[in-house]
Write a protein that binds this ligand. Structure first.
Ligand SMILES: [Ca+2]
Ligand SMILES: [Ca+2]
Length: 219
């Protein structure tokens, strides 16, 4: 039995069925009622159909119409934003795909189910491939009958992190492997030359600062 047929049945249930049993199936194809061919049962079937028809379909709402990754994304470092998918409908919402036209966008969860009145978080990660501004969209495909496809605008810009010339510890004009070896030997000490953030210890934060500058030449 198809949904349009059920809609018809909801308006005027046929009194002269040619079969012995009547099935009521919801929008997702699940059998919700089995009736027999007796007037009382047919009335009960009609009541069940009207109940099912009164449940609103799934309705998708999003926390953001757009996702702004910021104008200061450091090259080489990814950034993750959260998109919340709400279901304001009466039946459970099925998201069958979440995709982007940007290759740098990574979405781990691309299929999800959201109960009526509930919500689910989706992590959207941008992994920079080159510097400069970027824009694109994320498309969410669901079974909301009025919004099978919703798009979210994505924008931001990737910048080159300013060079820290102090990371060229051996002053050979390049922040390279020899500097890394020197840094590694000074790790965990209080040597101020290698304590790039001035915290008093040569630690992991200094390594991150060093890593951002690795491979760059010093003017
Ligand atoms: Ca060097
Ligand atoms: Ca430090």
């Amino acid at each position: 039995m198809t949904f349009p047929l059920l809609l018809q049945a909801g308006r005027a249930f046929p009194r002269t069925l040619g079969v012995d049993h009547t099935l009521v199936v919801d929008r997702k194809g699940i059998i919700r009622h089995i009736g027999i061919r007796r007037p009382a049962s047919i009335t009960a079937t009609a009541v069940r159909i009207r109940e099912l028809l009164s449940v609103p379909p799934p309705a998708i709402r999003l926390s953001n119409a757009s996702l702004d990754f910021g104008e200061d994304m450091p090259a080489g470092l990814s950034r993750t934003l959260t998109l919340v998918v709400y279901n304001t409908g009466g039946e459970s919402l099925t998201v069958s795909n979440i995709q982007s036209d940007l290759e740098e966008i990574d979405i781990i969860t691309t299929e999800l189910s959201v109960a009526a009145g509930d919500s689910a978080k989706v992590a959207i990660t941008f992994i920079p491939a080159e510097t400069g501004p970027f824009s694109g969209t994320i498309e969410i495909i669901s079974d909301d009958p009025e919004n099978r496809s919703i798009t979210v605008a994505v924008s931001g810009a990737v910048i080159n992190v300013p060079l820290n010339p102090r990371a060229d510890f051996d002053n050979d004009g390049e922040i390279g492997f020899s500097d890394f070896v020197a840094f590694a030997q000074a790790f965990s000490t209080d040597n101020p030359i290698f304590d790039l953030d001035g915290s008093g210890t040569v630690d992991f934060a200094d390594f991150l600062e060093f890593a951002k500058n690795f491979g760059k030449g010093v003017p």
